[in-house]
Design a protein around this ligand. Sequence first.
Ligand code: AMP
Ligand code: MG
Length: 420
Amino acid sequence: MSDLEYLTVADALQLVLNGVTPLPAERVPLFEALGRVLAEPVTANDSLPPFANSSMDGYALRAADVANATADSPVELQVVADIAAGTVSDLALTPGAAARIMTGAPVPEGADAVIPVEDTNEPWRDAERSLPDTILIYRTVKQGDYVRQIGEDIQAGQEVIVPGHLIRPQEIGVLAALGVSQVQVYRRPRVGVLATGDELIDVDAPLSAGKIRNSNSYAQAAQVMALGADLVGLGVARDTEDHVRAKLRVGLEAGVDLLVSSAGVSVGAYDVVKAVLEQEGNVGFWRVRMRPGKPLAFGSYHGVPFLGLPGNPVSAMVSFERFVRPIIRKMAGHKRLDRPQVTVTVQEQLSSDGRESYVRACVTRTLQGYQAVSTGSQGSHVMTSLVKANALMIIAEGVTSVSPGEQLQAMMIDWPETVF
Ligand code: AMP
Ligand code: MG
Protein backbone atom coordinates (compact mmCIF):
# COMPACT_ATOMS: atom_id res chain seq x y z
CA MET A 1 0.00 0.00 0.00
CA SER A 2 1.33 3.41 -0.87
CA ASP A 3 2.05 6.04 1.74
CA LEU A 4 -0.81 8.20 2.87
CA GLU A 5 -3.37 6.58 0.73
CA TYR A 6 -6.78 8.11 1.26
CA LEU A 7 -9.34 5.61 2.47
CA THR A 8 -12.97 5.82 3.45
CA VAL A 9 -13.80 4.85 7.01
CA ALA A 10 -15.59 1.73 5.78
CA ASP A 11 -12.61 0.60 3.70
CA ALA A 12 -10.15 1.30 6.51
CA LEU A 13 -12.34 -0.58 8.98
CA GLN A 14 -12.59 -3.55 6.68
CA LEU A 15 -8.82 -3.68 6.15
CA VAL A 16 -8.21 -3.44 9.86
CA LEU A 17 -10.75 -6.12 10.77
CA ASN A 18 -9.53 -8.47 8.06
CA GLY A 19 -6.14 -8.28 9.72
CA VAL A 20 -7.26 -9.75 13.05
CA THR A 21 -8.85 -13.02 14.12
CA PRO A 22 -10.52 -14.16 17.35
CA LEU A 23 -8.02 -15.27 19.98
CA PRO A 24 -7.78 -18.92 21.02
CA ALA A 25 -10.28 -20.18 23.56
CA GLU A 26 -9.50 -21.15 27.12
CA ARG A 27 -11.39 -22.98 29.84
CA VAL A 28 -12.13 -20.80 32.85
CA PRO A 29 -14.06 -21.22 36.09
CA LEU A 30 -17.65 -20.06 35.74
CA PHE A 31 -17.14 -16.81 37.65
CA GLU A 32 -14.31 -15.73 35.38
CA ALA A 33 -16.55 -16.12 32.36
CA LEU A 34 -18.56 -12.96 33.09
CA GLY A 35 -18.16 -10.50 30.21
CA ARG A 36 -16.42 -13.08 28.03
CA VAL A 37 -17.71 -14.71 24.86
CA LEU A 38 -18.59 -18.38 24.69
CA ALA A 39 -16.31 -20.30 22.33
CA GLU A 40 -18.12 -23.64 22.17
CA PRO A 41 -21.77 -24.60 22.48
CA VAL A 42 -23.12 -25.46 25.90
CA THR A 43 -25.35 -28.52 25.80
CA ALA A 44 -27.56 -29.36 28.77
CA ASN A 45 -26.74 -32.57 30.60
CA ASP A 46 -29.93 -32.28 32.61
CA SER A 47 -33.41 -30.96 32.11
CA LEU A 48 -34.46 -27.79 33.85
CA PRO A 49 -36.46 -28.05 36.02
CA PRO A 50 -34.98 -31.50 36.67
CA PHE A 51 -38.30 -32.75 38.11
CA ALA A 52 -41.93 -31.56 38.24
CA ASN A 53 -42.24 -29.24 41.22
CA SER A 54 -44.63 -26.84 42.86
CA SER A 55 -44.51 -23.14 41.99
CA MET A 56 -46.40 -22.21 45.16
CA ASP A 57 -46.70 -23.10 48.81
CA GLY A 58 -49.90 -25.09 48.67
CA TYR A 59 -51.46 -28.51 48.49
CA ALA A 60 -50.75 -31.04 45.79
CA LEU A 61 -53.96 -32.70 44.68
CA ARG A 62 -55.94 -34.15 41.82
CA ALA A 63 -57.70 -31.44 39.84
CA ALA A 64 -60.69 -33.73 39.32
CA ASP A 65 -61.24 -33.93 43.10
CA VAL A 66 -61.88 -30.19 43.36
CA ALA A 67 -63.83 -29.75 40.13
CA ASN A 68 -66.84 -28.41 42.09
CA ALA A 69 -65.02 -26.48 44.82
CA THR A 70 -66.17 -22.93 45.58
CA ALA A 71 -65.64 -20.60 48.52
CA ASP A 72 -69.24 -21.27 49.66
CA SER A 73 -69.05 -24.98 49.09
CA PRO A 74 -65.43 -26.04 49.61
CA VAL A 75 -64.16 -29.57 49.01
CA GLU A 76 -62.50 -31.31 51.94
CA LEU A 77 -59.44 -33.47 51.26
CA GLN A 78 -57.38 -35.69 53.58
CA VAL A 79 -53.90 -34.35 54.15
CA VAL A 80 -51.62 -37.36 53.86
CA ALA A 81 -48.12 -35.88 53.64
CA ASP A 82 -46.02 -32.78 54.04
CA ILE A 83 -43.44 -32.36 51.26
CA ALA A 84 -40.66 -29.90 51.94
CA ALA A 85 -38.29 -28.50 49.32
CA GLY A 86 -35.27 -30.73 48.96
CA THR A 87 -37.10 -33.89 50.03
CA VAL A 88 -38.66 -36.67 48.04
CA SER A 89 -41.75 -38.61 49.00
CA ASP A 90 -42.60 -42.09 47.79
CA LEU A 91 -46.23 -41.22 48.20
CA ALA A 92 -48.77 -42.00 45.49
CA LEU A 93 -51.68 -39.65 45.96
CA THR A 94 -55.06 -41.38 45.92
CA PRO A 95 -58.42 -39.74 45.12
CA GLY A 96 -59.63 -37.52 47.93
CA ALA A 97 -56.16 -36.93 49.30
CA ALA A 98 -53.82 -33.93 49.26
CA ALA A 99 -50.22 -33.31 50.32
CA ARG A 100 -48.99 -30.05 51.75
CA ILE A 101 -46.17 -28.94 49.49
CA MET A 102 -43.62 -26.17 49.50
CA THR A 103 -42.46 -24.11 46.55
CA GLY A 104 -39.84 -26.08 44.65
CA ALA A 105 -40.74 -29.43 46.26
CA PRO A 106 -41.36 -32.40 43.95
CA VAL A 107 -45.00 -32.97 43.04
CA PRO A 108 -45.91 -36.48 44.23
CA GLU A 109 -47.07 -39.33 42.05
CA GLY A 110 -50.81 -39.15 41.49
CA ALA A 111 -51.10 -35.38 41.94
CA ASP A 112 -51.67 -33.30 38.81
CA ALA A 113 -52.02 -29.80 40.24
CA VAL A 114 -51.28 -27.63 43.24
CA ILE A 115 -53.68 -25.26 44.98
CA PRO A 116 -52.02 -22.29 46.67
CA VAL A 117 -52.46 -22.07 50.46
CA GLU A 118 -54.27 -18.76 49.94
CA ASP A 119 -57.19 -20.71 48.43
CA THR A 120 -57.57 -23.06 51.39
CA ASN A 121 -58.63 -22.73 55.01
CA GLU A 122 -54.91 -22.83 55.99
CA PRO A 123 -53.80 -19.69 54.20
CA TRP A 124 -50.47 -19.34 55.98
CA ARG A 125 -48.00 -21.54 57.71
CA ASP A 126 -45.30 -21.11 60.26
CA ALA A 127 -42.91 -23.37 62.10
CA GLU A 128 -45.30 -24.09 65.00
CA ARG A 129 -48.26 -24.89 62.87
CA SER A 130 -48.74 -28.64 62.64
CA LEU A 131 -49.96 -30.43 59.57
CA PRO A 132 -53.79 -30.39 59.48
CA ASP A 133 -55.66 -33.69 59.09
CA THR A 134 -57.93 -32.25 56.43
CA ILE A 135 -57.94 -29.19 54.25
CA LEU A 136 -60.77 -27.19 52.70
CA ILE A 137 -60.22 -26.19 49.09
CA TYR A 138 -62.09 -23.05 48.01
CA ARG A 139 -61.75 -23.16 44.25
CA THR A 140 -61.07 -25.32 41.25
CA VAL A 141 -57.73 -25.79 39.54
CA LYS A 142 -56.86 -27.13 36.12
CA GLN A 143 -54.49 -30.02 35.58
CA GLY A 144 -50.97 -28.66 35.64
CA ASP A 145 -51.81 -25.49 37.58
CA TYR A 146 -48.90 -24.33 39.77
CA VAL A 147 -46.79 -27.25 38.61
CA ARG A 148 -43.47 -26.49 36.89
CA GLN A 149 -43.01 -29.42 34.56
CA ILE A 150 -39.73 -31.26 34.04
CA GLY A 151 -37.78 -29.74 31.16
CA GLU A 152 -40.16 -26.80 30.82
CA ASP A 153 -37.21 -24.43 30.56
CA ILE A 154 -34.45 -26.66 29.16
CA GLN A 155 -34.53 -30.23 27.83
CA ALA A 156 -31.55 -32.50 28.50
CA GLY A 157 -29.45 -32.65 25.33
CA GLN A 158 -30.58 -29.25 24.14
CA GLU A 159 -28.00 -26.68 22.97
CA VAL A 160 -28.60 -23.88 25.42
CA ILE A 161 -26.05 -21.19 24.56
CA VAL A 162 -24.38 -20.88 21.21
CA PRO A 163 -20.78 -19.89 20.50
CA GLY A 164 -20.37 -16.13 20.17
CA HIS A 165 -22.87 -15.42 22.92
CA LEU A 166 -21.82 -12.93 25.57
CA ILE A 167 -21.78 -14.31 29.11
CA ARG A 168 -23.87 -11.95 31.22
CA PRO A 169 -25.16 -12.57 34.75
CA GLN A 170 -28.16 -14.46 33.34
CA GLU A 171 -25.92 -16.83 31.35
CA ILE A 172 -23.87 -17.42 34.51
CA GLY A 173 -27.11 -18.35 36.29
CA VAL A 174 -28.20 -20.80 33.58
CA LEU A 175 -24.76 -22.40 33.42
CA ALA A 176 -24.73 -22.81 37.19
CA ALA A 177 -28.21 -24.36 37.10
CA LEU A 178 -26.94 -26.85 34.51
CA GLY A 179 -23.93 -27.79 36.60
CA VAL A 180 -21.42 -26.21 34.23
CA SER A 181 -18.55 -25.10 36.45
CA GLN A 182 -15.97 -24.46 33.72
CA VAL A 183 -16.63 -22.61 30.51
CA GLN A 184 -14.78 -22.46 27.22
CA VAL A 185 -14.44 -18.76 26.34
CA TYR A 186 -12.28 -16.66 24.06
CA ARG A 187 -9.12 -15.42 25.67
CA ARG A 188 -9.16 -11.86 26.94
CA PRO A 189 -7.14 -9.64 24.60
CA ARG A 190 -3.96 -8.16 26.09
CA VAL A 191 -3.56 -4.68 24.74
CA GLY A 192 -0.39 -2.60 24.95
CA VAL A 193 -1.03 1.15 25.09
CA LEU A 194 1.76 3.56 24.19
CA ALA A 195 1.81 7.35 24.04
CA THR A 196 4.52 9.16 22.10
CA GLY A 197 5.76 12.72 22.19
CA ASP A 198 8.50 14.85 23.75
CA GLU A 199 5.91 17.32 24.98
CA LEU A 200 4.28 14.85 27.37
CA ILE A 201 4.56 14.89 31.15
CA ASP A 202 2.72 12.68 33.59
CA VAL A 203 -0.50 13.62 35.36
CA ASP A 204 1.13 14.35 38.70
CA ALA A 205 4.00 16.45 37.29
CA PRO A 206 3.74 20.25 37.40
CA LEU A 207 3.16 21.90 34.04
CA SER A 208 6.18 23.58 32.51
CA ALA A 209 6.72 25.62 29.38
CA GLY A 210 5.70 23.80 26.22
CA LYS A 211 4.64 20.64 28.01
CA ILE A 212 1.20 19.08 28.27
CA ARG A 213 -0.04 16.25 30.43
CA ASN A 214 -0.21 12.86 28.83
CA SER A 215 -3.93 12.31 28.77
CA ASN A 216 -4.02 9.80 25.93
CA SER A 217 -2.35 7.01 27.91
CA TYR A 218 -5.08 7.29 30.50
CA ALA A 219 -7.93 7.68 28.06
CA GLN A 220 -6.88 4.73 25.90
CA ALA A 221 -6.13 2.63 28.97
CA ALA A 222 -9.66 3.35 30.17
CA GLN A 223 -11.09 2.49 26.77
CA VAL A 224 -9.23 -0.83 26.84
CA MET A 225 -10.38 -1.61 30.37
CA ALA A 226 -13.96 -0.63 29.62
CA LEU A 227 -13.91 -3.44 27.03
CA GLY A 228 -12.87 -5.99 29.63
CA ALA A 229 -9.51 -6.43 27.91
CA ASP A 230 -6.22 -6.68 29.81
CA LEU A 231 -4.21 -3.49 29.78
CA VAL A 232 -0.45 -3.50 29.36
CA GLY A 233 0.59 0.11 29.96
CA LEU A 234 3.72 0.96 27.98
CA GLY A 235 4.09 4.53 29.20
CA VAL A 236 5.46 7.31 27.03
CA ALA A 237 8.04 7.07 24.29
CA ARG A 238 10.04 10.15 23.44
CA ASP A 239 10.17 11.10 19.80
CA THR A 240 13.14 8.90 18.96
CA GLU A 241 13.12 5.64 17.10
CA ASP A 242 15.16 3.93 19.81
CA HIS A 243 12.76 4.91 22.53
CA VAL A 244 9.67 3.88 20.58
CA ARG A 245 11.35 0.56 19.80
CA ALA A 246 12.27 -0.01 23.45
CA LYS A 247 8.69 0.59 24.58
CA LEU A 248 7.16 -1.64 21.93
CA ARG A 249 9.58 -4.40 22.92
CA VAL A 250 8.25 -4.22 26.48
CA GLY A 251 4.83 -4.90 25.02
CA LEU A 252 6.10 -7.90 23.05
CA GLU A 253 7.71 -9.33 26.16
CA ALA A 254 4.42 -8.95 28.01
CA GLY A 255 2.77 -11.06 25.30
CA VAL A 256 0.38 -8.45 23.97
CA ASP A 257 -2.15 -9.37 21.29
CA LEU A 258 -2.49 -5.81 20.04
CA LEU A 259 -0.38 -2.64 20.22
CA VAL A 260 -2.07 0.75 20.23
CA SER A 261 -0.08 3.96 20.09
CA SER A 262 -1.09 7.60 19.90
CA ALA A 263 0.59 10.44 18.04
CA GLY A 264 3.68 10.34 15.90
CA VAL A 265 1.84 9.05 12.85
CA SER A 266 1.23 12.24 10.96
CA VAL A 267 3.75 13.82 8.64
CA GLY A 268 5.69 15.82 11.24
CA ALA A 269 9.48 15.64 11.34
CA TYR A 270 9.37 13.71 14.63
CA ASP A 271 6.80 11.15 13.58
CA VAL A 272 9.03 8.23 14.37
CA VAL A 273 6.45 5.51 14.95
CA LYS A 274 6.18 5.09 11.22
CA ALA A 275 9.93 4.63 10.82
CA VAL A 276 10.09 1.97 13.52
CA LEU A 277 7.22 0.02 12.04
CA GLU A 278 8.69 0.14 8.59
CA GLN A 279 11.91 -1.39 9.91
CA GLU A 280 10.45 -4.07 12.13
CA GLY A 281 7.06 -4.92 10.82
CA ASN A 282 4.78 -4.05 8.05
CA VAL A 283 2.61 -1.03 7.96
CA GLY A 284 0.09 0.89 5.98
CA PHE A 285 -0.07 4.57 6.77
CA TRP A 286 -3.30 6.06 5.74
CA ARG A 287 -5.24 9.19 5.77
CA VAL A 288 -8.72 8.05 6.57
CA ARG A 289 -11.40 10.36 5.26
CA MET A 290 -12.70 10.80 8.78
CA ARG A 291 -13.22 13.75 11.08
CA PRO A 292 -11.86 13.88 13.72
CA GLY A 293 -9.06 11.53 12.83
CA LYS A 294 -7.28 11.37 9.53
CA PRO A 295 -3.83 9.86 10.14
CA LEU A 296 -4.08 6.23 11.10
CA ALA A 297 -1.48 3.52 10.94
CA PHE A 298 -2.28 -0.15 10.82
CA GLY A 299 0.13 -2.99 10.48
CA SER A 300 2.09 -5.32 12.67
CA TYR A 301 5.17 -5.12 14.84
CA HIS A 302 7.05 -8.43 15.04
CA GLY A 303 3.81 -10.15 14.10
CA VAL A 304 1.60 -8.34 16.61
CA PRO A 305 -1.22 -6.24 15.12
CA PHE A 306 -0.49 -2.55 15.58
CA LEU A 307 -2.77 0.45 15.39
CA GLY A 308 -1.35 3.95 15.47
CA LEU A 309 -3.91 6.56 16.48
CA PRO A 310 -3.64 10.29 15.89
CA GLY A 311 -2.27 12.35 18.78
CA ASN A 312 -5.04 14.84 19.37
CA PRO A 313 -6.99 13.53 22.34
CA VAL A 314 -10.44 13.55 20.74
CA SER A 315 -9.11 12.12 17.47
CA ALA A 316 -7.39 9.38 19.45
CA MET A 317 -10.53 8.49 21.39
CA VAL A 318 -12.87 8.63 18.40
CA SER A 319 -10.45 6.64 16.25
CA PHE A 320 -10.23 4.11 19.07
CA GLU A 321 -14.04 3.88 19.10
CA ARG A 322 -14.16 3.45 15.35
CA PHE A 323 -11.24 1.08 14.79
CA VAL A 324 -9.63 -0.29 17.95
CA ARG A 325 -12.80 -1.18 19.79
CA PRO A 326 -14.08 -3.39 16.95
CA ILE A 327 -10.64 -5.03 16.71
CA ILE A 328 -10.61 -5.83 20.41
CA ARG A 329 -14.17 -7.11 20.25
CA LYS A 330 -13.34 -9.32 17.28
CA MET A 331 -10.33 -10.72 19.13
CA ALA A 332 -12.53 -11.37 22.17
CA GLY A 333 -14.90 -13.43 20.01
CA HIS A 334 -17.82 -11.02 19.74
CA LYS A 335 -20.04 -11.15 16.70
CA ARG A 336 -21.35 -7.63 16.97
CA LEU A 337 -18.38 -5.36 16.77
CA ASP A 338 -19.98 -1.94 16.56
CA ARG A 339 -21.88 0.24 18.94
CA PRO A 340 -25.63 0.32 18.44
CA GLN A 341 -26.83 3.12 16.18
CA VAL A 342 -30.12 4.99 16.26
CA THR A 343 -31.68 7.39 13.81
CA VAL A 344 -31.74 10.88 15.29
CA THR A 345 -33.35 14.14 14.25
CA VAL A 346 -30.80 16.92 14.14
CA GLN A 347 -31.74 20.11 15.99
CA GLU A 348 -29.29 22.50 14.38
CA GLN A 349 -27.39 23.35 11.23
CA LEU A 350 -24.27 21.18 10.91
CA SER A 351 -21.45 21.33 8.44
CA SER A 352 -18.63 19.04 7.42
CA ASP A 353 -15.71 19.20 5.03
CA GLY A 354 -16.96 16.09 3.23
CA ARG A 355 -15.02 13.57 5.29
CA GLU A 356 -17.17 11.11 7.26
CA SER A 357 -17.70 13.18 10.39
CA TYR A 358 -18.29 11.97 13.91
CA VAL A 359 -20.02 14.84 15.66
CA ARG A 360 -20.01 14.75 19.45
CA ALA A 361 -23.65 14.90 20.44
CA CYS A 362 -26.16 14.44 23.18
CA VAL A 363 -29.03 12.22 22.13
CA THR A 364 -32.30 12.23 24.06
CA ARG A 365 -35.39 10.19 23.54
CA THR A 366 -38.65 12.05 23.11
CA LEU A 367 -42.16 11.13 21.96
CA GLN A 368 -41.03 12.31 18.51
CA GLY A 369 -38.10 9.87 18.49
CA TYR A 370 -34.42 10.46 19.18
CA GLN A 371 -33.31 14.08 19.07
CA ALA A 372 -29.67 15.12 18.91
CA VAL A 373 -27.77 18.29 19.66
CA SER A 374 -24.05 18.72 19.25
CA THR A 375 -22.17 19.30 22.48
CA GLY A 376 -20.07 22.29 21.48
CA SER A 377 -16.81 22.91 19.71
CA GLN A 378 -15.79 19.98 17.55
CA GLY A 379 -12.07 20.80 17.63
CA SER A 380 -10.01 17.63 17.88
CA HIS A 381 -8.36 18.96 21.05
CA VAL A 382 -11.66 19.90 22.76
CA MET A 383 -12.30 17.11 25.24
CA THR A 384 -15.18 18.74 27.09
CA SER A 385 -17.50 18.25 24.12
CA LEU A 386 -16.77 14.54 24.39
CA VAL A 387 -17.44 14.65 28.11
CA LYS A 388 -20.91 16.08 27.40
CA ALA A 389 -21.61 13.56 24.64
CA ASN A 390 -23.40 10.23 24.77
CA ALA A 391 -23.26 9.71 21.01
CA LEU A 392 -21.40 10.47 17.83
CA MET A 393 -23.64 11.65 15.02
CA ILE A 394 -22.34 10.44 11.69
CA ILE A 395 -22.36 12.83 8.75
CA ALA A 396 -21.78 10.61 5.74
CA GLU A 397 -18.84 10.91 3.40
CA GLY A 398 -19.46 13.62 0.81
CA VAL A 399 -22.15 15.47 2.79
CA THR A 400 -21.13 19.01 3.70
CA SER A 401 -24.29 20.45 5.21
CA VAL A 402 -27.10 19.10 7.39
CA SER A 403 -30.16 21.21 8.19
CA PRO A 404 -32.30 21.19 11.33
CA GLY A 405 -34.96 18.48 11.11
CA GLU A 406 -32.82 16.17 8.96
CA GLN A 407 -32.08 12.68 10.17
CA LEU A 408 -28.68 11.16 10.84
CA GLN A 409 -27.36 7.93 12.27
CA ALA A 410 -25.83 8.25 15.72
CA MET A 411 -23.42 5.82 17.28
CA MET A 412 -24.43 5.44 20.92
CA ILE A 413 -21.13 5.45 22.77
CA ASP A 414 -22.70 4.74 26.16
CA TRP A 415 -24.80 1.81 25.04
CA PRO A 416 -23.41 -1.69 25.14
CA GLU A 417 -24.06 -3.93 22.16
CA THR A 418 -26.87 -6.42 22.49
CA VAL A 419 -25.91 -10.06 22.26
CA PHE A 420 -28.51 -10.98 19.65
P1 AMP B 1 1.06 14.42 16.81
O1 AMP B 1 0.23 13.40 16.16
O2 AMP B 1 2.27 13.86 17.44
O3 AMP B 1 1.38 15.53 15.85
O4 AMP B 1 0.19 15.08 17.96
C1 AMP B 1 -0.97 15.80 17.66
C2 AMP B 1 -1.44 16.59 18.87
O5 AMP B 1 -1.81 15.71 19.90
C3 AMP B 1 -0.41 17.50 19.48
O6 AMP B 1 -1.02 18.71 19.85
C4 AMP B 1 0.07 16.74 20.68
O7 AMP B 1 0.60 17.55 21.69
C5 AMP B 1 -1.18 16.04 21.12
N1 AMP B 1 -0.87 14.84 21.86
C6 AMP B 1 -0.06 13.86 21.42
N2 AMP B 1 0.05 12.89 22.35
C7 AMP B 1 -0.73 13.24 23.38
C8 AMP B 1 -1.03 12.63 24.64
N3 AMP B 1 -0.51 11.47 24.98
N4 AMP B 1 -1.85 13.29 25.48
C9 AMP B 1 -2.37 14.50 25.11
N5 AMP B 1 -2.14 15.10 23.94
C10 AMP B 1 -1.32 14.50 23.07
MG1 MG C 1 4.06 14.36 18.23
